[in-house]
Design a protein around this ligand. Structure first.
Ligand SMILES: NC(=O)c1ccc[n+]([C@@H]2O[C@H](COP(=O)([O-])OP(=O)(O)OC[C@H]3O[C@@H](n4cnc5c(N)ncnc54)[C@H](OP(=O)(O)O)[C@@H]3O)[C@@H](O)[C@H]2O)c1
Length: 321
């Protein structure tokens, strides 16, 4: 089958590790099944894997791709929950054997992917395969950041750092649908205008002073925005961190953290139950994932180039064939 693989850790030139070509078909163990992939969302996670971040070298080469939607052998249309962990009745994202598809097991940038049967949820007819393929990483992560870890309530103010990314656009859409007051930052004037069209109440340049403090900040940029995130919070506010695209070690500014009684909260992916609730939320609100563009998997290199350059607004989706 055709697949997109990470061949070796390539920290400075991720595209050098990107291999498009034939791979053996998956052979699922007991309790797993094969999904014919109809669409797969691209995430910054896939770029990190090419760079060798978050993956042990001995796992490579591995088929990349965490997001996927498709059809099982018995014709069921499904969305794949990307968190692979032994079910113990608890929160899968906290399990000791937690991994995301493409970290330990082959991922979704392929014609077929093997996944545990328990990771499949029904795709509603109201969502296209491309829309469904955006949900398991960016949209699920945004859902958990806002409503579980961030515990945001309608009427509260939220700041989203970085307007254009997959997680950021998901945060804007879900936050607006939930009745939050949404402020967004970006380095790019065009993206600020597009964030406002998408529903942001206020869009400001990266690092610009806000006219008001916020109850919570959704942070995925890291070094470039951390100082601004802490300064934007009201006393007692919280910052929810899921990523560090621009670097993971900003000055902690501990004085501000204790004196203003701020909370720093980590968040990663989401549970299968949260994915089901996200799908129900989209059904109830009519919100649909924002897709920037769709590429054939054979043209996957172009999609990666755009993500690495930061030249996108919304999700990039790959389709087989
Ligand atoms: N923990 C988890 O479960 C989880 C899940 C999903 C994603 N993540 C992480 O979250 C991050 C975003 O993921 P994604 O897939 O949404 O990536 P993406 O689509 O590539 O988005 C990157 C975002 O970062 C912003 N940005 C990048 N460099 C910046 C800089 N120097 N200054 C200001 N803003 C900058 C961009 O904003 P503008 O271009 O608008 O300025 C854009 O919104 C990644 O680091 C990813 O690994 C973590």
């Amino acid at each position: 089958m055709f697949a997109i693989t990470a061949s070796h850790p390539s920290p400075d030139d991720p595209l050098a590790a990107l291999v498009l070509g034939e791979r053996p078909d998956p052979s699922p163990p007991a309790g797993w099944e094969v999904v014919e992939v109809r669409a797969a969302g691209l995430n910054h996670h896939d770029v990190w894997t090419l760079r060798g971040v978050g993956i042990a070298e001995e796992r490579l080469p591995i088929v990349i791709g965490c997001d996927g939607a498709g059809v099982t052998a018995d014709g069921r249309e499904v969305i794949v929950h990307a968190v692979v962990a032994d079910p113990d009745g608890g929160d899968e994202t906290l399990a000791s054997d937690f991994s995301i598809l493409s970290e330990r097991y082959d991922g979704t940038f392929a014609e077929r992917v093997a996944v545990p049967s328990r990771n499949l949820i029904d795709k509603p007819a109201s969502l296209s395969f491309a829309e469904a393929a955006c949900l398991p990483v960016a949209y699920l992560t945004a859902y958990r950041m806002l409503f579980t870890r961030g515990d945001l309530r309608p009427g509260e103010r939220v700041l989203i750092q970085g307007a254009g990314g997959g997680v950021s656009t998901a945060l804007i859409l879900l936050a607006r649908a939930a009745g939050l007051h949404v402020t967004v930052t970006s380095r790019d004037e065009d993206k600020l205008a597009r964030a406002e069209e998408l529903g942001a109440h206020l869009a400001v340049g990266s690092g610009d002073r806000l006219p008001h403090k916020v109850d919570a900040v959704m942070e995925s940029v890291g070094d470039a925005t951390w100082k601004h995130s802490l300064r934007a919070l009201r006393a007692g506010g919280r910052v929810v961190v899921v990523g560090a695209t621009s670097g993971p070690n900003p000055p902690a500014d501990l004085g501000r953290v204790f004196y203003r009684q701020l909370e720093v909260i980590g968040s990663t992916m989401g549970t299968k139950q949260e994915l089901e609730r996200l799908v129900a939320m989209l059904d109830a609100t009519g919100v649909r994932p924002l897709i920037d563009d769709t590429y054939a998997m054979t043209d996957g290199r172009q999609a990666f180039e755009r993500m690495i350059e930061g030249d996108l607004f919304g999700k990039l989706v790959l389709t087989p064939g």
